[in-house]
Design a protein around this ligand. Sequence first.
Ligand code: FAD
Length: 490
Amino acid sequence: ESALVWFRRDLRVQDHAALYHALKSARRVWCVFVLDRDILDPLLARGLKADRRVEFILDSLRELDAALRALTDCTEGGRGGLIVRHAAAREEIPRLASQLHVQAVYTNHDDEPAALARDAKVRGALADAGIAFHTGKDHVIFERREVMTGAGGAYSVFTPYKNAWLKKVDDFYLKAYPVERYMDALAPWPDGMTAEGIPSLAQIGFAPTNLHELRLPTGMSGGQALLDDFLQRIDEYGHARDFPAVKGPSYLSVHLRFGTVSIRELARVARERMLAGSTGAGVWLSELIWRDFYHQVMHHHPHVVESAFKPEYDAIRWEHGKHADALFAAWCEGRTGYPLVDAAMAQINQTGYMHNRLRMVTASFLTKDLGIDWRRGEAYFADHLIDFDLAANNGGWQWASSSGCDAQPYFRIFNPVSQSEKFDPQGKFIKRYLPQLADLPPASIHAPWLASPLELAASKVELGKTYPRPVVQHDEARARTLERYKVVKR
Ligand code: FAD
């Protein structure tokens, strides 16, 4: 028996469900990653040539390839390691499986609608060739229908979901797949198979980004380094996580996205620490449960990808036209005149990451201060976040716009100035991204238009020149939003 393991959002060798099942059932196992042209070509067509995610993936593939080579006793240049193809996966996987004469292809679930549609095509083509397609859970602790209400329905409120999740979880669900025990089945490539190697960015049409300047460690070793670092601070997570200037969160989201860390390992250590009395670990585990929660929301309610979870919210009339487009551009480019919002947008634009508190603040600002459809903000985040995850991003946006399940009530509208005073009291985060405001005193940095002319002169801030005036007045915008959302009550 021989098998092919298709890697997707699981770029690691340790604790890997599909790899484990393949190694256990077949005598010869090969591994493949497809740089899927169905995903990459549309990015290029939209002019997104510099994409940190593509660079992150290529880096991580190099490490994965080296790890597989080491395990196959096959050095660089030898015929083994990861097979990497730049093609449409829906065609390439069946082609390669036939070429290798495998009996089965193994892969981990990817529950995004587009991925499910692709997998259905692959399953069909493999079946035509008499090849089995085995798929299973790897990316989350509980998926699909694993955590349901007593009445058998899907949860749409987080707290009861979390309670049910915590009740169900035990060592069984968190234990690692012992892949190491079965590595003997990893096989060198068969005769006739050509080594194309891992392509460079340029070979697949992309341009370099600033990923390496960000010192964001990639691959399995990067994920491990970030985890080790975070475990030193996990006890403080509960309060440190809310302040963007503080190193509070784990920064593991991109590694969870591409599976360079195992969710089981993270949930296991969080649960162990929580049971040993760490409040911070308990709060962090809750965040990992939010991740599962939004994945199951997308599974049970795939309409959220395009429309509001609560259909009555689709009756809201968002701002359109030239003025709205100009406001949207100001938001994207960090020129709203609200320093916390602008610094946050500078963070995503310069690094591909944005602190969770700021994702909430900027999303609320776009929908409730500028009156712009959450889908436009969601799409901007999808293009720019290195950790972009359809379920979490959609969940976050629908939370902020109040249209989601268990969302913030529509009349709760973040005040961008008080959020700034509360979560960046000294303006440290703002100054990091908006150096032109660096000399403003903390009391004025949150709302420079309220600073005295003397203060502005002393700190060399010229409103409208070195820093924009606010594009909207929050109080007026708030009133407009309450009016706009009235349709929801009808
Ligand atoms: P930590 O605080 O260390 O949290 C650990 C992990 O828990 C995260 O890596 C993530 O996997 C998970 N997590 C934390 N908060 C959430 C949440 N609210 N929902 C789901 N999972 C969560 N997260 C993404 O991974 N991808 C996205 O595209 C994304 N878009 C978002 C958009 C908006 C508008 C909002 C409000 C939130 C979004 N989030 C998204 C959730 C959250 O902001 C990020 O997961 C978090 O900031 C990542 O940083 P971290 O790894 O340091 O997080």
